[in-house]
Ligand binder design. Structure first.
Ligand code: CA
Length: 506
């Protein structure tokens, strides 16, 4: 009965955790580089995420393929652009039969889990275990859903998501296999509702404003002038800024949804909010602000709640990193911190994302891979969300499907940039209606961004070196004729490389 002895030995060889790294992928929602300490934030600190940067590699030019939640998540998972994986806007349903990070690693012998915000409408495939927020999810008393059904969990979503991730790591995974965990935080997505313990952070401080907070968009094209994502004009007092209406005031817009969110709080949570926000709201009433003063005030209210939510995300990362340390797993675990895309933190006067400008286009991407990444290293090669899929499949010994458009980041992580590494990325946004941002596509190189607005028949060109806030479109400036020509060629090239279908109007 020789085979009885051989089979367990082969199984052991195939799945020895020591030879294949575990993987923890933290994916947050709308976390801009400008709110990450490791990216030089001047407005907050993120000690746990920064620890990853100190011990690993930080990508300075990592970009999304499409600056909204679902399309970016689908691109991270599949390694291909949205027009190939089928998710180009937030209402598209993800086709779970296609290969993803999870299906490939699961097939290769990994035990896999997805915890938190999924946002792809169909059930996760390739995960042995999943526990997800339906849709966007709630900050307080969020519903979570597994294959066995939905339940409500008391508490704040950032802490609960970490609780559930740690519970899977401790109690639910197959300890005989290497693991891959995706922990997807909802925060700091709108409407920025911090946990009770963070409500007083930054109070009494003045958060620095971005230089373009009061920009009038005169230097930009039509799309920037017609959008509806201004801090000044498109924020809702209750829903966004936590300034509750007087009794009997008719509610309009998103303010109509605000009450349902507050009603989910426990009495203690509601009391903590009342104690924190009532004095601020009374002071706001008394101040009777107008014009730029009101915009500046709204920025302070918005950015502080956003940063309080970031603090909750950072804490959750710290808890999982501590658990790895305590269980001697740090040295054999790849840890990734990323966001689905960036966010405008007042640049150009905006909140939200969508526009192919750096605050939204760029995303934080930090990788700690002991034995591969050099501690504290910075990587300036052009990278994109589609690169994570092939990178993690290769790291785990899983097959990388032929169709994958991303590149294995491993040479960059080892400190070598291959000579033929890409010099430009392709971006494409087609959602219509939300915040009135027109569809656009474009190309970003290390210095320039060229954006095509087919519905307006317009182009924008930005020189990020001389105009880092991207408020001056130089597309038709004769001084940029050569750059313009090169960037149009670059756009044609990336459209070809990434097999992009033509956008209407182009
Ligand atoms: Ca997002």
């Amino acid at each position: 009965m020789l085979h009885l002895a051989i089979v367990p030995l082969l199984a052991l060889l195939a799945d020895t955790p020591q030879t294949r790294p575990n993987i923890i992928f933290f994916l947050s929602d709308d976390h801009a580089c400008n709110a990450v300490g490791a990216y030089g934030s001047v407005i907050n600190e993120t000690p746990h995420i920064d620890r990853l940067a100190k011990e690993g590699a930080t990508f300075d030019r990592a970009f999304c393929s499409n600056g909204i939640c679902a399309p970016s998540r689908a691109a991270f998972l599949t390694g291909v652009h949205g027009y190939i994986n089928g998710v180009e806007n937030n209402s598209h349903k993800f086709d779970g039969t296609q290969p993803t990070i999870a299906t490939q690693l699961n097939d290769a012998g990994y035990t896999t889990a997805m915890i938190g915000k999924w946002h792809l409408k169909t059930d996760p495939v390739g995960f042995d275990y999943w526990d997800i927020l339906p849709g966007q999810g709630h900050y307080y008393a969020p519903d979570f859903r597994t294959k066995d059904g939905k339940r409500r969990v008391q508490g704040h979503v950032s802490e609960i998501t970490a609780d559930l991730a740690l519970d899977w790591l401790k109690n639910k995974r197959d300890p005989q296999k290497p693991f891959m965990l995706m922990m997807n935080q909802k925060a700091p997505h709108r409407a920025w509702m911090p946990a009770p313990e963070h409500l007083d952070m930054f109070e009494g401080e003045l958060i620095p404003e971005p230089p373009s907070l009061l920009d009038d968009h005169e230097g930009r094209g039509t799309a920037a002038k017609e959008q509806e994502m201004e801090i000044a004009d498109h924020m809702w007092l209750w829903y966004d800024l936590k300034i509750d209406p007087d009794e009997g005031t008719p509610l309009t817009g998103p303010d109509r949804w605000a009450k349902g969110r507050y009603d989910r709080m426990s009495d203690a949570q509601a009391q903590a909010w009342k104690e924190a926000y009532d004095p601020r709201n009374e002071a706001f009433d008394e101040a009777d602000l107008e014009g730029d003063d009101l915009t500046r005030y709204k920025y302070q209210r918005y950015i502080k709640d956003y940063l309080r939510c970031v603090a909750g995300v950072d804490d959750s990362v710290g808890r999982v990193l501590d658990w790895l340390d305590e269980n001697d797993l740090t040295d054999n675990t790849i840890v990734i911190y990323a966001s689905d895309q960036g966010f405008f933190l007042g640049e150009q006067g905006w909140y939200d994302k969508r526009f192919m400008n750096d605050p939204a286009l760029r995303l934080p991407l930090i990788v700690r891979w002991p034995g591969v990444t050099k501690p504290g290293s910075r990587i300036d090669a052009m990278t994109q969300n589609i690169d994570l899929m092939p990178t993690l499949c290769a790291a785990g010994g899983a097959a990388v499907p032929e169709r994958v458009q991303g590149e294995d980041l491993r040479p960059l992580l080892e400190g070598e940039t291959p000579e033929d590494w890409r010099d430009a990325i392709y971006y494409r946004y087609i959602e219509q209606g939300v915040h009135n941002v027109a569809p656009h596509e474009g190309v970003r190189t290390d210095r320039y961004a060229l954006i095509h607005w087919p519905t307006h028949g317009e182009w924008e060109l930005f020189d990020l070196e001389t105009d880092p806030q991207e408020v001056r479109n130089v597309h038709d400036d004769p001084a940029f004729a050569d750059v313009r020509s090169r960037m149009h060629d670059a756009l044609d090239k990336v459209r070809t490389i990434y097999a992009a279908p033509s956008m209407s109007g182009s």
